[in-house]
Design a protein around this ligand. Structure first.
Ligand code: PAF
Length: 281
């Protein structure tokens, strides 16, 4: 496995490979089984696999966890090597954002709800870095997890709107046996906080059961999730929303083919998100 830190070296090596299908998994590192499920698919479905590891400053707002975001490149590289990855791209901030960098990808309406409302500039930072990574690595397929559903939907739309020659593959959420969705941020949680965090997947599962039993009123689903989460001391509900999968706008009625139910909570200093979808991105 080769690790690149410079775009010019990556470009030279990829050009030398000729016409091959590249699978790219963009990550911010501190890899877990969720990332590794994307990595396994990228290895299986492409001639060559590339994993990028870059904690992207432009998607963190003031007061967010950029400085303390967990980083361990050596550990990540040994996991990726053991999995059979061909290349890692781990650039420094200056390599990605050289002096004079000014371009931003903006998507307006798709960022108005869910995490976009609470994290101004976050998705513009994500879209900009993903556009750069696609330009640098020129993959045939790019892999994202469904836990970050809004991100997956917005990136898929960017690819479509800008006619980017890449296929977005969105893979299912990977969970611990107790139901908590895997996230690099889970490691911030104390064991008592982790116990409390289980209310997030638990409330979403309860809502899903109600929908499966025939409920179609979005407000009823929001109330169900909110009341379960609000009943747990030490868990602060940041949002719960029911939106259309394709436009990320609030729904009054659940559409079994086109609905995203998503929530975010804060537990101490840790922010966790989770969701379920009806239909496909
Ligand atoms: O999901 C993430 O880890 C990041 O948002 C991404 C897609 C790697 C862009 O920095």
């Amino acid at each position: 496995m080769k690790v690149w830190t410079e775009i010019a070296a990556l470009d030279r090596d990829l050009s030398a490979l000729g016409a091959i299908g590249i699978g790219l998994v963009p990550t911010m590192g501190y890899l877990h089984r969720g990332h590794m499920s994307l990595v396994a698919a990228a290895i299986k479905e492409n001639d060559v696999s590339v994993v990028s590891i870059f904690v992207n400053p432009s998607q963190f707002g003031p007061g967010e966890d950029l400085e303390r975001y967990p980083r361990d490149l050596a550990r990540d590289c040994s996991m990726l090597e053991a999995a059979g990855v061909d290349f890692v791209f781990a650039p420094a901030v200056r390599e990605m954002y050289p002096h004079g960098f000014v371009t931003r990808v903006e998507q307006g309406v798709l960022g108005e709800h869910l995490c976009g409302r609470r994290r101004p500039g976050h998705f513009s930072g994500v879209l900009t870095v993903v556009a750069k990574l696609l330009g640098i690595c020129r993959p045939e397929r790019v892999y994202f997890g469904a836990k970050d559903a809004q991100q997956a939907i917005m990136v898929s739309r960017m690819i479509r709107d800008l006619n980017m020659a890449v296929k977005a593959r969105i893979l299912p959420i990977v969970r611990d046996p107790d139901g908590l969705a895997l996230s690099s941020r889970n490691q911030y949680l104390s064991s008592a906080e982790r116990e409390r965090a289980l209310i997030l997947p638990g409330a979403l599962r309860a809502a899903r059961r109600i929908i499966d039993a025939g409920e179609r009123n979005a407000a009823t689903i929001v109330c169900e999730i909110a009341s379960r989460i609000n009943a747990i001391a030490g868990v602060e509900l940041e949002y719960v929303e029911v939106v259309g999968l394709n436009d990320l706008q609030p729904l009054d009625l659940i559409d079994p083919q086109n609905t995203l139910v998503a929530a975010a909570v804060r537990i101490g200093n840790t922010r966790l998100i989770d969701n379920f979808m009806l239909g496909e991105i």
